[in-house]
Design a protein around this ligand. Structure first.
Ligand SMILES: Nc1nc2c(c(=O)[nH]1)N[C@H]1C(S)=C(S)[C@@H](COP(=O)(O)O)O[C@H]1N2
Ligand SMILES: [Mo]
Length: 317
């Protein structure tokens, strides 16, 4: 019995059919509540087991990832507070299982999907990517996830769909930071369909081979490594296809400072600070932090520069 409990709780992506799980639970006299009580402890802040069917890729094989501790203790997730340590302290109230994602708008396969069913068709991949926040700090993160392009193929956007728009959960019980109007909830982010189809774009379900810790956006978040961190929307519950460009959360907050594209660019400064260099988290000292030069498109120009030919990147920041 213990074995099955652990199996279900710790294998988020083991594609265990929900009905079969309920059957097994009944067979062993275990109710849903018993199972549901466990994930927040097992996965909670620290990340639970993922399927061992994760393939390694060449993405970032020459990069040295930051430690699990660094990646999970220095976060931006305003649904849990605005301090960098607030998410790790507060995100235990988020319940990443069960989790549903709604697909809507200009696509053939509209509907509400259980996360396990949503992710099941795809091969999980590990990809090590640079991560660059607009606040001029950076890390290297070993994500686990699936190419966003594969997910788009499943949902079949219509010819009218020009943009994909993601939304984060709204639930102030699970996300106590939403009791304050720090941002206009839900957090919203969008990409052009061409950006979403780029092979670099992924939906992450884990990092360091484990399910996403709550503070990193469990159970599903966007990863677009050539863009500033705020594009990488966390804890996604909605994917919507539409014809017109959305107004994204930070763009809405301060349109002079944050644009739609938010491509990492050392030549376009933020109105209040330079973007020429970045502070590498955990390197150097407090008084003398280690800095590196910001790379155009965060180092992913070969893969994405063609998306922006002819576009004035100073105007379209
Ligand atoms: N829903 C939601 N998603 C979000 C944020 C947020 O506050 N809420 N912060 C963004 C910002 S500004 C950054 S830098 C990254 C941080 O991701 P990390 O904490 O996993 O490093 O998440 C992004 N996604
Ligand atoms: Mo950020």
């Amino acid at each position: 019995m213990k074995k099955i409990t652990e199996h279900y709780v710790t294998n988020e992506s083991d594609y265990l059919n929900r009905r079969e799980f309920i059957k097994k639970g009944a067979q062993f006299g275990v109710g849903l509540t018993a199972f549901n009580a466990l994930p927040s402890m097992a996965e909670g802040v620290y990340g639970g087991e993922l399927s061992d069917k994760i393939i390694k890729t060449n993405y970032g094989k020459d990069l040295t990832p930051h430690t699990f501790k660094q990646i999970t203790n220095y976060n931006n997730f305003y649904e849990f507070g605005t301090g960098k340590r607030d998410p790790v302290k507060n995100a235990h109230t988020l319940k990443p299982k069960p989790w549903h994602i709604e697909a809507s708008g200009e696509c053939a396969k509209q509907g509400v999907y259980d996360l396990e069913d949503f992710i099941a068709p795809y091969q999980l991949e590990e990809r090590i990517y640079r991560f660059r926040c607009v606040e001029a700090w950076s890390m290297v993160i070993p994500w686990v996830g699936v190419p966003l392009a594969s997910v788009l193929k499943t949902f079949q956007p219509t010819s009218k769909a020009k943009y994909i728009v993601f939304k984060t959960l709204v639930d102030s019980e699970q996300m106590p930071g939403q009791k304050r109007s720090t941002l206009d909830w839900p957090y919203v982010e969008g990409l052009t369909i061409a950006e979403a189809m780029n092979p670099l774009s992924m939906l992450a379900v884990g990092l360091y081979g484990k399910t996403l810790p709550n503070q990193n956006g469990a159970p599903l978040r966007l990863v677009v490594p050539w863009k500033y961190g705020f594009k990488n929307i966390k804890s996604i519950v909605s994917i919507h296809f539409q014809e017109h460009a959305p107004i994204n959360t930070w763009q809405d907050q301060a349109s002079r400072e944050y644009g739609f594209y938010a491509n990492v660019n050392p030549n376009v400064d933020h109105p209040r600070w330079s973007q020429a260099r970045e502070r590498v988290i955990g390197q150097g000292s407090f008084f003398s932090p280690k800095k590196r030069k910001t790379e155009m498109f965060n180092g992913y120009g070969d893969e994405v520069a063609h998306l922006y030919t002819g576009l004035d990147l100073k105007k379209n920041f």
